[in-house]
Ligand binder design. Structure first.
Ligand code: NAP
Length: 327
């Protein structure tokens, strides 16, 4: 194969991790392409407000996502808007296969595919998705103006999204399976202080019920006594964590029992030249700033790996990528 047909780096996923990786890769003059099937920004687009990204006391999730994308594009980043269906590791180079059948070859790949909301797997949940069951307050909250809703979960997402919903809904019940919230202290305090919010402790949803117009109630089960009761409600928002989007992770790459990719400090996986970053990677906390940091680390590490590899096989490393905007 002509070496010019091989990218230095393919980034799969255009969330904060992927876009940060793109910024660092372009600045390192790597021949880079970023592949994203949807709008850039990933899950950040679903956040109403982001309050903990350094430099911004308040910024809309969609605005922050747009800023990340604009920053990466300022260097002339090449982008492909398509779904990646497979990744084939190789000895000479790795290959990414798109839904349209195109095969893209690259010395290094950064997987930044994030995660997908976890589901409760209770009767009614799947059938009533979009009819009162939701996994995104920013997307669907508007439909519940003046209504009563449940938020399921006790983490940062449940509290943050519940607080957002409380601005629209008549009342928000946070249904949590334990007697203490997992969320950060500041969010817990805000939930406690919000007169429209009430935490229903030690409870899980056993069933979501509906009439012809959508969700109209749930069966709540007490996790201590096992007792069940009916609760009328107009909507159920589920925020119980998420599962990593690891369907592209090739065999041979180590993952933990929850399906998160195990990497070293440089985000390198157990296959040379393939990196995993952000919410796909096993790590202590999942934050936008950490995904961005992973993107930086993986891109810098990939740049070193690709340069060493190209030198070893006799490819000229001095030529700059044609699309690079030198600023
Ligand atoms: P999370 O921290 O994993 O919390 C999930 C919550 O759902 C937990 O309270 C858990 O209960 C509950 N849960 C899990 N499975 C359940 C089930 N089957 N039935 C009922 N409840 C269930 O998930 P997250 O809130 O989506 O947050 C994910 C990561 O993103 C975290 O690292 C979080 O800090 C971060 N995040 C940060 C921010 C921010 O800083 N502003 C915002 C959003 C998310 P238990 O507590 O009993 O396990």
């Amino acid at each position: 194969m002509d070496p010019s047909e091989v990218y230095d780096l393919v980034i799969v996923g255009g969330g904060p991790g992927g876009l940060s990786a793109a910024i660092y890769a372009m600045r390192a003059a790597m021949k880079t392409v970023l592949i994203e099937k949807a709008a850039p920004g990933g899950q950040v687009n679903l956040s109403d407000q982001v309050e903990n990204y350094p430099g911004f006391t308040h910024v809309g999730g969609a605005e922050l996502a747009m800023r990340f994308a604009e920053h990466a594009r300022a260097y002339g980043l090449e982008e492909i808007n398509d779904d990646v269906v497979a990744l084939e590791p190789g000895l000479n180079h790795h290959t990414v296969i798109l839904a349209n059948g195109q095969r893209i070859h690259s010395h290094a790949i950064i997987l930044a595919t994030g995660g997908t909301p976890r589901t409760l797997k209770v009767p009614g949940e799947e059938d009533l998705y979009g009819k009162g069951v939701s996994y995104c307050a920013v997307c669907d909250g508007f439909f519940f103006r003046g209504k009563k809703v449940i938020v399921v979960g006790g983490g940062d997402s449940a509290c943050e999204e519940g607080l957002y919903l409380a601005k629209l809904a008549e009342q928000v019940f946070v249904v949590h399976r334990r007697d203490t919230l997992r969320a950060s202290r500041i969010l817990q305090q805000r939930v406690e202080a919000d007169c429209k919010m009430e935490v229903v402790w030690n409870s899980v949803i056993a069933e979501i019920q509906a009439d012809a117009s959508g969700v109209n109630g749930v069966i709540l089960q007490d996790t201590q006594s096992g007792q069940q009761r009916h609760m009328p409600i107009d909507g159920v928002f589920i925020f119980i964590g998420f599962t990593p989007n690891n369907h592209l992770v090739p065999a041979g790459i180590r993952m933990n029992t929850d399906g998160f990719v195990i990497t070293d400090e440089q985000c390198a996986t157990s296959i040379a030249g393939i990196y995993a970053i952000g919410d796909l990677r096993e790590k202590y906390a999942r934050q936008i700033v950490l995904s961005a940091a992973d993107g930086c680390m993986a891109a810098l590490s990939a740049a070193h790996y690709v340069e060493t590899r190209k030198a070893a096989i006799g490819i000229d490393t001095c030529e700059l990528p044609a699309n690079l905007v030198v600023r």
